[in-house]
Design a protein around this ligand. Sequence first.
Ligand code: UT7
Length: 331
Amino acid sequence: MTSGGNTIIRSVCKGVGSFLPRTVVTNNDLSKRVETSDEWIRKRTGISERRIAEDDETTVFMATQAAKNALEHSGLNGADIDGVIVATTTPDNTFPAVAVSVQSNIGAQHGPAFDVQAACCGFVYALSTADSMLKSGLAKRFLVIGAERFSSLLNWEDRTTCVLFGDGAGAIILEADENGTGDNSDRGILSCHLHADGTLRNLLYTDGGAGTTKSAGHVVMEGQDVFRHAITFMSDIVVETLDANGIEASEIDWLVPHQANIRIIEATAKKLDMDMSQVVVTVDKHGNTSAASIPLALDVAVKDGRIKPGQLLLFEALGGGLTWGGALLRF
Ligand code: UT7
């Protein structure tokens, strides 16, 4: 459809999928490795268990499984996909990108395939990138994946970080739909909002990399500082996203937040005056799966029937960088 002579393209969700590694690690399991307790982890984070990948469950493997699951959900084939973006901090190899392996594994041999690295905010960055490319006509269907084997980056002797994270992958298929009207009743991505403040890069990082130590390094986090910034930036981003679309918080059907800590999620919901029954929470079962957390949560709530076509979803995330962002999607 055209509006004022211009075609309005919307990136519409055609399917979602996910994959979780088979091994469940409980808080009690971790209390045998480091000085911690089930009570501390639950109370401070809301996490009760997480999945940790076995050797055969690489990032490419998990991303591919999530992609196949999303293709099945959409009724599309790999050959229908003409762009793949994987948000990840934990690629199997420094290069080539995880996305090119996924592309070949699903039989999609054309169009761009690349990774995006924005730590825990990676999925929102990848979603926004795909949305821009679809709107510019560069591709018709993008597969956007968040996949992390974050356990590989953990120092298993550091109780302040090793209890927080988990592994997994989630995927969404976006299709360019030229029938947008331009108002927020359209299905698809209505807006994306991305930010970074590199002066805060020392709050959450790995102490290594190919360019320095020649190995990936381990996660180091100033937990309290990241927590403080997360509370502020998550509140700011939801306000920015709502304002950009001229909508009230009461019009949001589901908040699908990055799953780092239940206390951060609750604070954002409170800011929106949303009941926690409208918030998708998976942090209890998945822990923080970094770039995979939003698409994993989305898949859970779509497949259990909570999220329905036509509903308005708000995504928001914050990660190392610091990077943060939000997106509004009419499902
Ligand atoms: O996804 C990217 C974004 N990441 C985040 O958003 C994470 C943000 N940060 C957080 O979620 C929280 O800051 C944490 C969960 C990391 C920590 O919670 P906190 O309430 O800020 O705890 P704290 O760091 O202030 O530590 C409180 C106490 C300390 O002991 P003292 O100094 O009071 O004696 C810690 O040493 O808890 C201790 N502690 C632990 N105790 C048992 C820290 N980790 C543990 C642990 N088990 N695993």
